[in-house]
Ligand binder design. Structure first.
Ligand SMILES: *Cc1c(COP(=O)(O)O)cnc(C)c1O
Length: 394
């Protein structure tokens, strides 16, 4: 496959002014990715700071209740800062530091990636600026406070719909303005090459651990690995070390919002078309004129109009399958996992739980399903309560 391409997807659709920055990043990554010191430093951060390896937990009660396949939960919700985002952020921040950069910039939607980036910047003594849609800064005031507490500057973005996609565009603009001391710590497997590859490699620790953990417990590979998909970083991280194991089914769960037949959806594979945006060729939710469509999901982390190019490719070749999950199904699964296992999942991860809830009862008892719990759900309690008509007044 051509460098930076996944089939026809991926690439570097960027202005000339950004070319030097991505070339510098690519060269640095090529140099450090197999560097023993770099990898042992990163592993130390993963283990001692982020709390890896995360547990692979046998969900006994859920398994008994659904009466089919054995269900395991990959507990990336137990990581420091509460989600898988820290895997990517620690990797990129360490790489940036090796490159001599002193400043991290990043986009954030709900604030999870911004908080993770601000955390890594504090740890590694780097300056940090987070771009966040103005709408999102209002909806997520607590995360804005957290980022500031961690020492980051938060800049509200007023362009466009003043949400995540506008924050991404603005962060690229800032990177163009100031490349010499600044690294753009992108939050998912998207954007121009080399980001989809770098982020995937740092997140692939998830499937590396799942594989060795399940082999130890069950002495065989799982039948299904299920993860939610926004840009697709926790999903590709969960899939990566199983891609050559053809007997393992790989399932991505997209946010259908109010349903894929409505305009209030963020299900890119189900409703999108091929296009080019944010530096990459992939599938995107588009309006009738090919413009990027406004998207909607109860889950802010899945509320992005595109999907990482490697997922577009895995979809086209049939190696992974992608299914839409509605707000209603995700909220049910959020409540279900809380009551059944005493684990409150992120509303994003609840999309994966919802799909597992549908298929597990149809599978034989000797089948094995692994669900990646990409984050914890404390942050979502107010919005789920609101969905159920309760105002928590937080
Ligand atoms: C950000 C986020 C996601 C979506 O991002 P991906 O790149 O698709 O993984 C999913 N779950 C949680 C908990 C998140 O914070």
């Amino acid at each position: 496959m051509k460098k930076g391409r996944f089939g026809i997807y991926g690439g570097q659709y960027i202005p000339e002014t950004l070319m030097n920055a991505v070339i510098e990043l690519e060269q640095a990554y090529e140099k450090f990715k197999n560097d023993e010191n770099f990898n042992s430093e990163l592993e130390k951060l993963f283990n001692e700071y982020a709390g890896r390896p995360s547990r692979l937990y046998f969900a006994k009660k859920m398994t008994e209740d659904l009466g089919g396949a054995k269900i395991y939960l990959k507990r990336d919700d137990l990581n420091h800062t509460g989600s898988h985002k820290i895997n990517n952020v620690l990797g990129q921040a360490l790489l940036a530091k090796k490159m001599g950069k002193t400043r991290l910039i990043a986009e954030t939607g709900a604030g999870q990636h911004g908080v993770a980036t601000a955390t890594a910047a504090a740890l590694l003594k780097m300056d940090c600026v987070i771009f966040m849609g103005e709408e999102d800064t209002k909806r997520q005031a607590l995360n804005v406070y957290r980022m500031k507490l961690l020492g980051a500057e938060v800049i509200p973005v007023k362009n466009g719909t003043a949400t995540l996609k506008d924050a991404v565009s603005e962060t690229f603009r800032e990177w163009t303005r100031r490349i010499s001391d600044t690294h753009y710590c992108l939050g998912s497997v998207m954007g121009p090459h080399p980001f989809p590859t770098i982020v995937r490699d740092f997140q692939s620790v998830i499937s590396k651990e799942i594989k060795s953990q399940i082999l130890e417990i069950e002495k065989r590979l799982p039948d299904y690995v299920i993860a939610c998909v926004g840009g697709g970083s926790n999903a590709i991280g969960s899939f990566w070390n199983f891609i050559d194991d053809k007997e393992v089914k790989l399932i991505g769960c997209e946010a259908a919002g109010r349903g894929i037949e409505t305009f209030e959806t963020a299900a890119t594979i189900s409703t999108g078309r091929q296009g080019i945006f944010h530096g990459m060729k992939s599938y995107f939710c588009q309006d009738e004129f090919g413009g990027i469509a406004p998207v909607y999901s109860i889950s802010a982390g899945l509320d992005y109009p595109g999907i990482g190019p490697e997922h577009a490719y895995l979809h086209d070749i049939g190696r992974a399958e992608y299914f839409p999950i509605t707000d209603a199904e995700a909220v049910d699964a959020f409540e279900y996992l809380s009551k059944t296992e005493g684990i409150i999942p992120a509303i994003e991860s609840a999309h994966a739980v919802a799909y597992a809830k549908k298929i597990s009862p149809t599978l034989e008892k000797n089948k094995i399903v692994v669900i990646t719990i990409s984050g914890r759900g404390d942050k979502d309690c107010a919005s789920v309560a609101k969905y159920r008509g309760v105002d928590l007044d937080l």
